[in-house]
Each structure stands twice: as C-alpha cells, then as structure tokens.
Design a protein around this ligand. Sequence first.
Ligand code: ZN
Length: 179
Amino acid sequence: MIRPICRMGNPILRKKTQEVLKNFLKTKEFGQLLEDMHDSMEHYGGIGIAAPQIGIDWQLALIELMNFNRYGEEVSFPLTVFINPRIEYLTTDLQGFWEGCLSVPGLRGFVERPNKIKVTYWNQNGEEQEIIAQGFLATVLQHELDHLGGILYVDRIKDPKLLSYQEEFEEFIQERTIE
Ligand code: ZN
C-alpha cells in the first residue's frame, strides 16, 4: 500500500528513531510495513526511503538502485533492507552530489559526504550484515541513515547557493542526482 510521505516541517522527520526489536521482524505487521515502504518508494520514484518518511520512528530504511544513471554510468544495487544500521567512516575524503529527497520535493541541493563507509545492520531476518560502500552508494546510504537521526540533506548543504529547484537544476546545473 502506498503511504503518504511526510514532508520537511513534519516533526517526525526530526525525531531520533528507536531500535527495531528482533521479535518484531517475524510479525505480519513488519512484513506489511516493508511492503508499504517499497510500494511508496517505487510510486514516488525514490531510490531510498526511511521509516520516518512514512511516519514511523524506527531505525529502518530501504534502498534500491535499478540501473540508476549517473554521469552516463549505470549504478545498480539490489533492494536491501537496513534495520538498526550503524555507520563507520572509513575516510575523511569527501565527494559531492546533488541530492534530492521525497520529503523535500521539488528541490536539489549539493552535499559533500565521506566517500567510503562501512555499515553494519540487520537484514529483514534479523541477521547481522556488513557492507562497505563507496561513491554514489555511500552517499545514498548516508542520506537514508541520516533520516534515522532526524537529519535532512538540507542540513548538510554548506553553501546555500547550491540549493535549487528541480526545473532550474535541470536547466542550469544538471549533474549528478540522488533521490
Ligand atoms: Zn531523503
């Protein structure tokens, strides 16, 4: 079921989320929630979605990159569920992308983030997982995990001049994008 997306200004997006309990993962409600998040992400055309964006203050996010085009180079990452994720920065080297967010519709902003991270998390079965991500995927992950700490990408824009409406972005800037 497609759920409405909470937009910037809604206090749910600014709350710290709670850990998901392991015994909840086996429930029907949890399965339904994952399905709803996936449906919503697809419907609104996102490549990631975090639980607070549909009004749930849990440490839960989904990412799926299907042949996502970046600078003419296609990036793919299978549908992955991140539960109670923890991030570790493996470098201080930064990379910048023009980010977008379902909760901040119609805008793009340039954000610099470390370009190599390690994330440990549970998958939907509660199994401990670990991923080392670089480049664009590292940015997507950091963007989604920020949502779980009440942070939006606009908080991380260093130069407010690097915030644009989508149409102006396409007309004048069009570079790398993230949804
Ligand atoms: Zn977002």
